[in-house]
Design a protein around this ligand. Structure first.
Ligand code: PHE
Length: 349
């Protein structure tokens, strides 16, 4: 009996030594040691049928056979692994190959602009906060003084999303069309004074062209206190323009309309490339002004809704496009370049 086991172990060791690769070695291991139907396992089960006097010697022989097989597996495994390693090292160490180019990463122009916006408004005491990209009708429209049926809704068409978690199907979700819902969300949670800037992604049902995308970024600013006026708004944006574009910038305010601000204005900065002196300027289109954002004094209806007393508190809000700012400073002529992941463009800006 014991000599049978010794022969089994020798036979296993020979097969193991002849295994050409790690896969062959593994199937040899399974053939002998598999717990279900390995040859050695079968031999182990035979011990139950032996007379008691023969069992100790048989047990000893089993242990020896197992140790022999395991040692052979270990040794062959080590040889195969190091051969494999040597082969792959040999392949990598071809010293005649030119070195690989080291590519240094950098921030995307949109990320850079978001950081600049946060940093610059940060110098004026604005805290950066973020909010949900998927919001609802209440925050995107209703609380901003845009009731159902209001014509301003047409200007901000978006994707509507059935709300699988909501219990009220009449309140579907939407991709927010601007960062302005965060005016309301912030005021709901805080008491004045408030000073926040909110960068974030927005969505609009929009035909894409060189300056419009259906997914884009905005930054929203909001300041609420007891004695704020349009001149504070002007000063803040003037300072932003100077810091972002450099040099002395003029800020132009023209009347505009937004349901959630009164009065409302559109802001433009004097062109940082031509200073209004080049009728052929590609950056400003020749008129010397770069339109940058919408703004105004927060509408009393909006304040009332969040429980702020409009007789005591006023404030201003502004909102503009991040890509616009990024494009202006990098000289990017088409917004779509920002999102095509074309390294030829990304490495050039
Ligand atoms: N949310 C407006 C837009 O997307 C911009 C805006 C923000 C206007 C804040 C006034 C105040 O067009």
């Amino acid at each position: 009996m014991s000599t049978d086991l010794a022969r089994l172990a020798d036979q296993a060791a020979a097969e193991i030594a002849a295994s050409a690769d790690e896969a062959a070695l593994e199937s040899t291991r399974v053939r002998y040691l598999s717990r279900r139907d390995g040859l050695l396992t079968a031999a182990t089960k035979r011990i139950a049928g032996l007379p008691a006097a023969e069992r100790p010697a048989y047990g000893q022989a089993l242990n020896d056979a197992k140790r022999t097989i395991e040692a052979a597996l270990e040794a062959r495994g080590a040889v195969l692994r190091s051969a494999h390693l040597r082969r792959s090292l040999g392949e990598q160490a071809d010293l005649t190959l030119p070195p690989r180019r080291v590519r240094v990463g950098r921030l995307h122009p949109v990320s850079r602009t978001i950081r600049d916006v946060s940093r610059i408004f940060g110098t004026m005491g604005f805290e950066t906060v973020e909010g949900p990209e998927i919001d609802d009708d209440y925050y995107n429209f209703e609380a901003l003084n845009i009731p159902p049926g209001h014509p301003a809704r047409e200007k901000w068409d978006t994707l509507w999303i059935a709300n699988p978690l909501g219990d009220d199907p009449a309140r579907p979700l939407l991709g927010r069309t601007h960062t302005s819902p965060m005016q309301v969300r912030v005021m709901e949670r805080r008491r004045p004074p408030v000073r926040v800037v909110v960068p974030g992604r927005c969505y609009r049902y929009e035909a894409t062209d060189a300056i419009r995308e259906s997914i884009f970024f905005q930054y929203e600013g909001l300041a609420i206190d007891e004695r704020l006026s349009m001149s504070d708004l002007k000063g803040v944006l003037y300072s932003f323009a100077r810091q972002y574009f450099g040099g002395e910038r003029a800020v132009r305010f023209r009347p505009d309309y937004f349901p959630f601000t009164e009065p409302s204005a559109e802001i433009a900065f004097s062109c940082f490339v031509c200073e209004g002196r080049d009728p052929g300027c590609h950056t400003c289109g020749g008129d010397g002004w770069i339109e940058a954002a919408g703004c105004g004094m927060v509408h009393p209806n909006v304040l009332r809704r969040v429980g702020y007393d409009p007789d005591r508190y006023q404030g201003f809000a502004f909102g503009g496009g991040i890509e616009r700012l990024a494009m202006l400073r990098t000289g990017t002529p088409d917004i779509r370049l920002l999102y095509q992941n074309d390294l030829r463009y990304l490495e050039s800006v």
